[in-house]
Design a protein around this ligand. Structure first.
Ligand code: IPE
Ligand code: IPE
Ligand code: MG
Length: 245
């Protein structure tokens, strides 16, 4: 898969026509709170800015031909935060979905949600269902939003689903079919902005051979240019999968 530029050529950005675009990019959208604190703003302002960044980056991913974008929006551990902050994040998610549903025929992005959605409000679950249903017909790019998601929880859930299925066989591939990400290829590149160099329970099963890219840029400051840089670094890596080249 090559970059298809759709008028995105900017001065100073290397001509990417000969470079491969990763098929699946995953992002841990971290650093919203610190972005706000450094500006003397409440953390909620950081989450609002982060939601805007997500919108821009998702559009850019579509324009350069990335097939799958998976983002970490809210972890199973994020419930530990003060309830007011959790409420702000959930409200932003609702707002985002209402807008996304309104613009769906224009944006034409398939959207899926990974995580235990049973803990979310009825309203949010209804919006998620509607978003998934309406956008199921689109192809080109699929955006997976991880909400109340944790990698260990996902693996345990898969194990229980397999046990309850009574299926005798279990291989890597069959087990992957019990993940939220069933049918989605593993991420080629996992990006974590926001200064921390850890995976924080994100895509533990799927990232076995993903390339990891960390940047100090806080998520609200993350730009398409920054994504280009991550892709350039990705392209300079040698993926050996345990073999020799
Ligand atoms: C990421 O930003 C958003 C969520 C985890 C929901 P943070 O809120 O973690 O921002 P920092 O890490 O405190 O700066
Ligand atoms: C990871 O960020 C989760 C999301 C970005 C949704 P956290 O801010 O929750 O991770 P830690 O606490 O720094 O590991
Ligand atoms: Mg954080």
């Amino acid at each position: 898969m090559k970059f298809s530029l759709f008028g995105h050529k900017k001065r100073g950005v290397p001509e990417p026509s000969e470079r491969a675009v990763p098929r699946h990019v995953a992002i841990i959208m971290d650093g919203n709170g610190r972005w706000a604190a450094r500006r003397g703003l409440p953390r909620s302002a950081g989450h609002a800015a982060g939601a805007e960044t997500f919108r821009r980056v998702a559009t850019y991913c579509k324009s350069i031909g990335i097939e799958y974008l998976t983002v970490y929006a809210f972890s199973t551990e994020n419930w530990k935060r003060p309830p007011e902050e959790v409420d702000v994040i959930m409200e932003l998610l609702e707002k985002y979905l209402i807008e996304a549903i309104g613009k769906m025929e224009r944006d034409r992005v398939k959207m899926k949600f990974f995580g235990d959605l049973s803990a979310l409000s009825d309203k949010l679950r209804a919006l998620i269902r509607e978003t998934e249903e309406i956008s199921a017909k689109f192809d080109g790019v699929q955006v997976n939003i991880c909400v109340n998601y944790g990698g260990r929880g996902e693996i345990l859930r898969a194990a229980r689903l397999w046990r309850d299925s009574g299926a005798p066989e279990l291989t890597d591939e069959l087990f992957g079919g019990y993940m939220y990400s069933a049918g989605v290829p593993d991420p080629d590149l996992v990006i974590r902005p926001g200064e921390e160099t850890r995976v924080s329970n994100f895509l533990l099963w799927q990232s076995a051979y993903s390339e990891l890219y960390f940047t100090d840029t806080l998520w609200p400051d993350f730009t398409p240019r920054e994504l280009d840089k991550a892709i350039s670094v990705y392209n300079s890596r040698e993926r050996r999968y345990g073999g020799v080249l």
